[in-house]
Design a protein around this ligand. Structure first.
Ligand code: CMP
Ligand code: CMP
Length: 325
């Protein structure tokens, strides 16, 4: 198998976007075959219960069928770690994928030769998927900052089940993702990585998707249906201040919303509601920062459009420019 690694670092204001771009011709069907012996690490009922709890919100496990999930749980094994322990060192080969049961961990990435703290995990989440998914060296160093417990999934089982399953997801979303104007500045391999990390959410008619003023943790692309964007406006009626919600925009298939709060580091500037039944692709904030760095200029350009829209509607625009973190 041949692959080429190109470390791209995208610096955008106060956020560092570090990604490993892999031009590998990737075909998990040809990669590892199903005849590999199954890995099983016996567990007590109590361990299995803790493991199930730790894995409940792990995105990569979300679209596994029950048989696949059961094989994954069988194969996972527990590892306890101590303060200062290096769980992963950048540039090493990938051995395991890790799900955090407890403990805190710092993430370091070499940027222009210096190790930079780019984030941390606090008693939840997972890491170590990139090297296993894309056959690349480890993209970051992970160090325990408290005693902790991790559940580990070996490389072969990860590739046999998770990577194969992700290939199905790629097939499902490939064509749609290719049509999205927002993502045209990304390489094909980068667009596929967006598919790998997105999840889908379905909303019923009138259901609220975003509430104005809330803190933001994800952004949305409409796959089907219509989304109504509204903003609160105060007005005086019979000498009393009232707040009304005014429609400001509509998003349909292929359009995105909910990026503004992530770009500006501010609370949600508007609310969003489903009109009829709506399906959205959702990207969480970490994946957004890591993968959509190159699209940031397009999204920033949109801020001017929003301001124009608000001036046309309300006579003045809210302050939606970037906030320094
Ligand atoms: P992997 O490259 O296998 O090993 C290091 C892991 O750190 C990586 O997978 C991701 O799961 C995780 N990680 C968290 N933040 C970053 C980041 N900014 N850049 C690269 N990897 C990151
Ligand atoms: P965000 O602030 O994260 O959440 C509400 C979303 O509404 C916002 O991102 C934009 O994606 C979208 N939106 C559409 N039109 C406007 C507008 N004129 N002003 C602010 N947000 C808008």
């Amino acid at each position: 198998m041949c692959f080429e690694v190109d470390k791209a670092q995208h610096r955008c204001d106060n956020i560092f976007f570090v990604d490993t771009v892999c031009a590998e011709a990737f075909n998990p069907d040809e990669d590892e075959d199903d005849k590999e012996p199954r890995v099983t690490h016996p567990k007590t009922d109590e361990q299995r219960q803790r493991l199930q709890e730790a894995c409940r919100d792990i995105l990569l496990f979300k679209n596994l069928d029950p048989e696949q999930m059961s094989q994954v749980l069988d194969a996972m094994f527990e590892k306890f770690c101590t303060v200062g322990e290096h769980i992963i060192d950048q540039d090493d080969d990938g051995d395991n994928f890790y799900v955090i049961e407890s403990g805190t961990f710092n993430i370091f990435v070499k940027i222009e030769g210096a190790e930079k703290l780019v984030g941390s995990y606090d008693n939840k989440g997972s890491f170590g998927e990139l090297a296993l998914m894309y056959n690349t060296p480890r993209a970051a160093t992970i160090i325990a900052t408290s005693p902790g417990a991790l559940w580990c999934l070996d490389r072969l089982t990860f590739r046999r089940i998770i990577v194969k399953n992700n290939a199905k997801k790629r097939k499902m979303y490939e064509a749609f993702i290719e049509t999205l104007p927002l993502l045209t500045s990304l390489e094909v391999s980068e667009r596929m990585k967006v598919v790998d990390v997105l999840s889908t959410r379905v909303y019923n008619d009138s259901q609220q998707i975003i509430a104005q003023g809330d803190l933001a943790d994800c952004f949305y692309i409409v796959e089907s249906g219509q989304v109504r964007i509204t903003m609160k406006r105060s007005r005086t009626k019979k000498d009393e201040e009232e707040e009304e919600e005014v429609d400001i925009a509509t998003c349909t298939r292929g359009q995105y919303f909910g990026e503004l709060a992530l770009v500006t580091n501010k609370p949600r500037a508007a609310s969003a509601y489903a009109v009829g039944s709506v399906k959205c692709l959702v990207l969480d904030v970490k994946a957004f920062e890591r993968l959509l760095g190159p699209c940031m200029d397009i999204m920033k350009r949109n801020i001017a459009n929003y301001e124009e829209q608000l001036v046309a509607l309300f006579g003045s625009s809210a302050e939606i420019e970037q906030q320094s973190a």
